[in-house]
Design a protein around this ligand. Structure first.
Ligand code: ACO
Length: 393
């Protein structure tokens, strides 16, 4: 474990400046609902066609959460995979961040549910809301927390069940979104590499371009908000498209320059999977061939803050990322927000052996038991003791 504190360059980035504490991705995992929804199925609900959706978005199909799936259960599945690859015990986690636009509840945080289910008894946990840029924001925060010395091991998850907030009668939005989750484990190391630079930006003046207006303090849930469809995604697709094509290339250039690199040094860009035309426009603007852009939108659609960690997992597992490669993650989303990160990929420890995997399974079982016991004890205590006394308050 490293024992020195890192430096930031003061622009929301780190890197370039000498330091001896780094944040490496040592584990990754993803979870997808089994239900596949094709474009043809959507064409039975709204006036659209498979050909239109493929041509205008690049999407062929997406995954849809089943009755037993939720943002928290998908997050948990992805987290367990990532911990397994990292061969890290939940008890070693100092922090859990869940980036999501579709949290399990307004509160408690989805991250707290995951913390309880994992039995991550030494971790703080919170949700982060930055639309589809959420994962990049969370990764940046996790890396800075590690580099500063405030944490050694952090779990970052992007998880979404967008199908639950999509207006299935709006052909401008329902064709785009899908459900899923991806997670990474970051750990402190004194080996140079890992998350080198990050950039986080926001322009709230464009907030209404992509919003879920109902259910917050401005428009609390009421029969009127429900009747007016205010609990569903509202989007100005053309404006979001214009904004996205502008910021994706800008953000990529910026983090690459901050890392002291050039675009030629970048082996792979993992862009937020929102629309193939946005990814193509970014590649054109950067003068990069499409082979350097990771694309899986045809299979999953836009899974918001889960899209980058899912793509990252696939890229690693298919051998698209090799030791010492420089990669860029870049996203945009509701807020409006956008952000990017440059990562130097370093060899990771071998994943858990079958025996260690079994030990992890026992730990999860124990965590469930402990959680049930705590709930039971809390109820019993409140019955036995009655209302809290003044001294307890
Ligand atoms: N099927 C058939 N026709 C359609 C459909 C559809 N599903 N949707 C729109 N059309 C029609 C429109 O009505 C319009 O018809 P008109 O010319 O007669 O008026 C025509 O197609 C063109 O409409 P546009 O809106 O200009 O279509 P565009 O090429 O911009 O594609 C799309 C629309 C796919 C929504 C695109 O604008 C887009 O991808 N925008 C970005 C959205 C995005 O990335 N959002 C996620 C942000 S991340 C987050 O935080 C959640």
């Amino acid at each position: 474990m490293a024992d020195h504190h890192g430096k930031s360059n003061g622009r929301g980035s780190n890197g370039r400046n000498g330091r001896s504490r780094y944040a490496h991705i040592i584990g990754w995992g993803m979870a997808l609902p089994s239900r596949v929804m094709t474009n043809d199925e959507i064409a039975q609900m709204v006036d659209t066609s498979d050909a239109w959706i493929r041509e205008r978005t690049g999407i062929r199909e997406r995954r849809i959460a089943g009755a037993k799936d939720s943002t928290a259960t998908l997050a948990l599945r992805a987290a367990k995979c990532a911990l397994e690859v990292a061969n890290v015990s939940p008890a070693d986690l100092n922090l859990i961040i869940v980036a999501t636009a579709t949290p399990e509840y307004l509160f408690p945080a989805t991250a707290c549910l995951v913390q309880d289910w994992l039995g991550a008894e030494n971790a703080g946990a919170f949700d982060l809301s930055a639309g589809c840029t959420g994962f990049v924001y969370a990764l940046s925060l996790a890396a800075q927390t590690i580099i500063s010395g405030a944490a050694d091991t952090v779990l970052v998850i992007g998880s979404e069940t967008l199908s639950r907030i999509v207006d299935w009668q709006d052909r401008g939005t329902c064709i785009l979104f899908g459900d899923g989750a991806g997670a990474v484990v970051l750990r402190a190391s004194n080996m140079p590499g890992g998350v080198l630079t990050t950039l986080l930006r926001s322009d709230g003046s464009g907030g209404e371009l992509l919003a879920l207006p109902g259910g917050g303090s401005r428009y609390p849930p009421s029969p009127t908000t429900v009747l007016n469809g205010m609990h569903k995604i509202h989007m100005n697709g053309r404006e979001v498209f214009r904004f996205a094509t502008r910021v994706m290339a800008q953000a990529t250039r910026s983090v690459v320059e901050d890392a002291g690199l050039t675009l030629e040094d970048i082996a792979l860009v993992i862009p937020h999977q929102a629309n193939i035309r946005i990814i193509e426009a970014a590649a054109r603007s950067l003068g990069m061939p499409m082979e350097k852009m990771y694309v899986n939108i045809e299979r999953y659609g836009n899974t918001s803050s889960a899209s980058i960690p899912i793509a990252l997992c696939e890229a690693i597992e298919s051998g698209r990322i090799k030791a010492d490669d420089y990669i860029v993650l870049v996203a945009f989303g509701a807020g409006l927000t956008w952000g990017a990160a440059t990562i130097k990929w370093v060899p990771t420890p071998p994943p858990a052996s079958p025996l260690e995997q079994r030990a992890h399974a026992v730990r999860y079982w124990w965590a469930a038991l402990r959680s049930a016991w705590r709930r039971f004890w809390r109820r019993l205590e409140s019955r036995l003791k009655g209302p809290a006394t003044a001294s307890e308050k």
